[in-house]
Design a protein around this ligand. Structure first.
Ligand code: BDR
Ligand code: CA
Length: 313
């Protein structure tokens, strides 16, 4: 099985991405590392723990607390989009987290699985950038890094220019793309808001599945659904779970290409903008960018995931 770490700012679709890591039989999810992002750090930890409990895996996969703020900038919350990130659900168990820092866990797991470890990074890239600084071997040890972030020369979702994960810690994102790692990017625009949007009709299909996992899915996505609809997106968006899904199931990808990706850190107006240059610009590529996926197959995959009957722990 593929050794996997999910580096996350756990709220809503991050929870669904955790379900991918926990319920799909393909990976061996070795750790969840937490990074400052969507909602308050401690709430994110509770959301991850809740997801482990719903998946019946509480206490089996360690949660490691990582960086509590971006490298240089102040933390920027997305609570206006996510609420508490769990649709008001909570778990009774006291938060149980590893003593090992998230950055150290990433470094250790990469060293223990050289060239094999896959990382799905679905929050700001602060932990990954810090691991690069702390261990010069980290970049070479990581097999593949799948990043949710940026836009493919398209629209941002927090400013006109920037997607949230890269906006929050642009210096980290810039360092990661400069590190010579084997990187795949799932961008916000146009990919996510075209191929990973679940309409109300589709959400009704999930609700009809009526398992514990389907009910959990439905409750946690409701807040972002309301936000997405208020800004003209016709459904709930699933960039993080798509990132985990395409790592485990490359057959979902229908178009991808190599790009030279760099992140804007100098300008206030375009802070966090992801410039994705293609061949014509003559730059060496440093990442593969997913351009299209089979949206129906991705939806069917998520339905199958929540169809499973698990015993919550
Ligand atoms: C990204 O930011 C968060 O709100 C989501 O979890 C996703 O990782 C989308 O811009
Ligand atoms: Ca996220």
């Amino acid at each position: 099985r593929i050794p996997l770490v999910i580096d996350t700012d756990t709220a809503q679709d991050d929870c669904v991405a955790l379900l991918v890591g926990l319920l799909d039989p393909t990976p061996d999810l070795k750790a969840i590392t937490m990074v400052a992002g969507n909602v308050g750090f401690d709430q994110q930890v509770r959301n991850a723990q809740l997801t482990l409990a719903v998946a019946g895996r509480l206490g089996e996969v360690p949660i490691h607390l990582g960086c509590r703020r971006p490298l240089v900038r102040e933390w920027v919350s997305a609570e206006n989009v996510h609420g508490d990130g769990s649709g008001g659900l909570s778990v009774d168990a006291a938060p149980e987290v590893s003593d090992e820092h998230g950055v150290d866990a990433l470094i250790r797991l990469a060293a223990e699985n050289p060239g094999e470890l896959r990382i799905v990074a679905i929050g700001p890239l602060t932990n990954i950038a810090t691991a690069l600084v702390k261990d010069p071997e980290f970049a070479a040890n990581v097999g593949e890094l799948f990043i949710m972030g940026g836009s493919n020369n398209g629209r941002g979702n927090i400013t006109a220019a920037a997607e949230y994960n890269f906006y929050v810690d642009p210096e980290a994102a810039k360092a990661v793309f400069a590190a010579g790692m084997n990187i795949t990017v799932v961008p916000w625009h146009p990919l996510t808001i075209r191929d990973a949007v679940f309409s109300r009709e589709r959400l009704a299909e999930i609700a009809a599945i009526d398992t514990t996992l389907a009910r959990f899915f439905f409750t946690i996505v409701e807040t972002t659904l309301a936000f997405d609809e208020s800004v003209g997106i016709p459904g709930s968006t699933h960039p993080d779970s798509l990132t985990a899904a395409v790592l485990l199931h490359p057959e979902l990808v229908t178009a991808a290409a190599d790009y030279a990706v760099d992140i804007e850190t100098g300008s206030d107006l375009t802070r966090g903008y992801s410039a994705m240059s293609w061949g014509v610009h003559g730059l060496a590529s440093n990442a593969r960018v997913i351009e299209a996926v089979d949206a129906d197959a991705f939806f069917a995959y998520v339905c199958d995931l929540v169809r499973a009957e698990v015993l919550p722990s």
